[in-house]
Design a protein around this ligand. Structure first.
Ligand code: HEM
Ligand code: HEM
Length: 196
């Protein structure tokens, strides 16, 4: 059964290495957290673009979209913290044998930058919302503190940072996906299976 627990299963992605590699997949918690984060990011980015560039005319609906974007963003932040603790407790499996050093470096740099933005984007977005004068109640039920008061200059700066971060995160996700495609179709080293 493809549950990752048998030796055959664990060696499946790496022909010729049966028994030589101790664990070839991320632990289940890391896999779940990765895919939940990916789904939330898709929602956060699509809704972010929607509210900013295709602003709905219906004011209450627009406010609901803002709240959805912001609340899911806060959830992404919390999940990123949980993931980092979980990663420290269960370090990722070693990369497929023979992965070139440069690829290894590029993958690590992308992952570090992604984690940094998963933490920074919600903080910047949250402070921006405060500075624009809109306190956040997560999903309409959990009121958040208001660390900065209304301040238009600061709000503009934070919104610019939020936009720059959004562009960076979309590019990083693009790079991340190119990496997965490269491993799957060029190197054919079964890397994707580590996260499935
Ligand atoms: C990982 C988390 C997040 C991502 C990837 C993200 C991404 C985006 C994107 C792509 C946009 C549209 C482009 C732009 O104008 O910046 C946007 C807009 C916006 N986001 Fe986020 N966002 C995140 C979290 C948050 C959070 C937690 C808040 C507030 C609590 C927030 C508040 C806003 C606001 C108010 C806008 C409207 C444009 C503006 O005034 O800056 N975002 N976000
Ligand atoms: C369809 C979309 C995606 C696919 C197919 C995918 C696939 C993968 C795979 C195969 C890995 C393991 C890489 C390795 O073994 O070294 C991975 C790791 C990772 N992915 Fe994704 N991913 C996707 C979307 C995302 C998104 C949207 C984000 C966040 C914005 C993300 C963030 C990460 C991070 C931070 C890691 C490193 C995990 C760690 O080592 O702790 N991924 N992804």
């Amino acid at each position: 059964m493809a549950n990752g627990h048998s030796t055959a299963d664990r060696a499946a992605g790496y022909p010729g290495l049966q028994g030589a590699v101790p664990a070839l997949r991320y632990v289940a918690s890391a896999r779940w957290l990765h895919w939940i984060t990916a789904a939330l990011m898709a929602i956060v980015i699509v809704v972010g673009i929607w509210i900013k560039y295709f602003e709905p005319a219906d004011e209450p609906f627009k406010m609901r979209l803002y709240n959805l974007h912001e609340s899911f963003g806060v959830l992404v932040f919390a999940l990123a913290l949980v993931r980092l603790v979980n990663r420290w407790r269960h370090p990722p499996p070693p990369l497929p044998p023979g992965t070139p050093g440069l690829i290894h470096f590029a993958a690590s740099a992308t992952h570090i930058a992604l984690y940094a933005l998963l933490l920074l984007m919600p903080v910047i977005g949250f402070l921006a919302t405060n500075a624009w004068g809109f306190p956040l109640t997560v999903f309409g039920v959990l009121p958040m503190p208001v660390p900065v008061g209304k301040n238009e200059e600061l709000a503009k700066l934070l919104s610019l940072l939020h936009l720059s971060g959004a562009i960076a995160v979309v590019m990083l996700i693009g790079g991340h996906l190119i990496g997965v495609v490269y491993h799957t179709f060029v190197r054919r080293d079964g890397l994707l299976r580590r996260m499935l």
